[in-house]
Ligand binder design. Structure first.
Ligand code: AN7
Length: 351
């Protein structure tokens, strides 16, 4: 039986016998071969989707949260806090509930997908909506955690990165080797840093012999890494990555440089189009921010920057059901017909 990432990867993680393990059995997510999606890329690519929406709270954050909460508890914390565009708050709230510890989550008002809000509320977190954006929220919760005995659960907490690197271990095990290319959405820039750390450690351990190129993707309206400067008013339909001043800026650039990777932008239109394409062609429903990785791969292929036969992993960071509003908003209008067979047949447009 799978018992979560701390149990599975203990020797790679900063835990001891004294660390209380708070887990929801996160990790062990599917790596799905995506041939029908690959067929639309215009170049032959061996494409895989790492489906992180299959984690207990529906995003990759759970991998980092199990380690961060367990270490916070070990250190005697009774309350935790985070700023969030949604998924971190959902995961913090759930793991805090499991630990019997208080959670305070600070989110930008009106900018968090409904499913994520509902998770924080259901798990009993103290939810504070900020009249400001994520970057302001992060600055504030950092200040709070310095002044009060509440442990910070954002990815500036190094235990988050430690837990999240286990996704790279899984990808290597599932493929039997390292991929050539990893496409990943970038917001606060923790996850790309975590994957790179994971790949490097697995190579040092002799589990793989090569390393992938890390390709990070930001939304056009929220692309500080690409622009090389803070974006004061980030905007994108992909609310999870609406971040203008990423905390892990330096390690992310390190990952990109060391891996001979890249960071690029995709438009909201490209994100929404990839979002639908993954769902329609593979039966995998991810959230818009996750689709940025696929939109990015599509762009990279169009630009001729991917070699034929490359083994590519797109990291689908969160589940589509987190944000049904964006799905419906970006879909054609729904049709309603009279309760008659002929009306249904007409609507089927069979000819
Ligand atoms: C689905 O929840 O920052 O570059 O506060 O939810 O490691 O920040 C979420 C980020 C990608 C970006 N995909 O990862 C938060 C938060 C999804 C996300 C990212 C997020 P990072």
């Amino acid at each position: 039986m799978w018992r979560g990432v701390i149990h599975q990867y203990r020797k790679f993680l900063p835990v001891t016998e004294r660390t209380p393990v708070i887990t929801l059995y996160e990790g062990n997510t599917p790596l799905i071969r995506a041939e029908r999606l690959a067929d639309t890329l215009g170049i032959r690519v061996e494409l895989y989707l790492k489906v992180e929406g299959a984690n207990p709270t529906g995003s990759f954050k759970d991998r980092g949260m199990t380690v961060a909460i367990s270490k916070a508890l070990e250190a005697g914390a009774t309350a935790v806090i985070c700023a969030s565009t949604g998924n971190t708050s959902a995961s913090t709230a759930a793991y805090a509930a499991r630990a019997g510890c208080r959670a305070i989550v600070v989110v930008p008002q009106g900018a968090v997908a409904l499913g994520k809000l509902s998770q924080a509320i259901m798990h009993g977190a103290t939810l504070i909506q900020l009249q400001g954006n994520f970057d302001e929220a992060l600055e504030i919760v950092r200040g709070v955690s310095e002044r009060f005995p509440v442990a910070l659960m954002n990815s500036v907490n190094p235990f988050r990165i430690e837990g999240q690197k286990t996704a790279a271990f899984e990808v290597c095990e599932q493929l039997g080797e390292s991929p050539d290319l990893v496409c990943i959405p970038v917001g606060n820039a923790g996850n790309i840093s975590a994957y790179w750390k994971g790949f490097r450690e697995y190579r040092e351990a002799g589990a793989i012999s090569t390393l992938p190129r890390m390709i990070g993707w930001q939304a056009e309206g929220a692309a500080p890494l690409v622009l090389g400067r803070v974006v004061r008013h980030p905007e994108t339909v992909a609310s999870a990555i609406r971040i203008g001043n990423p905390a892990s800026w330096k390690p992310a650039l390190g990952a990109i440089e060391e891996s001979q990777g890249a960071v690029g932008t995709v438009s909201d239109q490209e994100i929404l189009s990839a979002y639908r394409r993954v769902a329609e062609r593979e039966g995998v429903y991810c959230e818009p921010a996750s689709a940025a990785a696929v939109a990015g791969l599509m762009k990279y292929c169009r630009e001729g920057r991917v070699s034929a036969g490359a083994r590519v992993v797109c990291v689908l960071t969160g589940h589509g059901l987190k944000d049904p509003q964006t799905a419906l908003m970006s879909a054609p209008p729904l049709q309603t017909v009279e309760a008659k067979l002929e009306a249904v047949v007409r609507a089927m447009r069979l000819g």
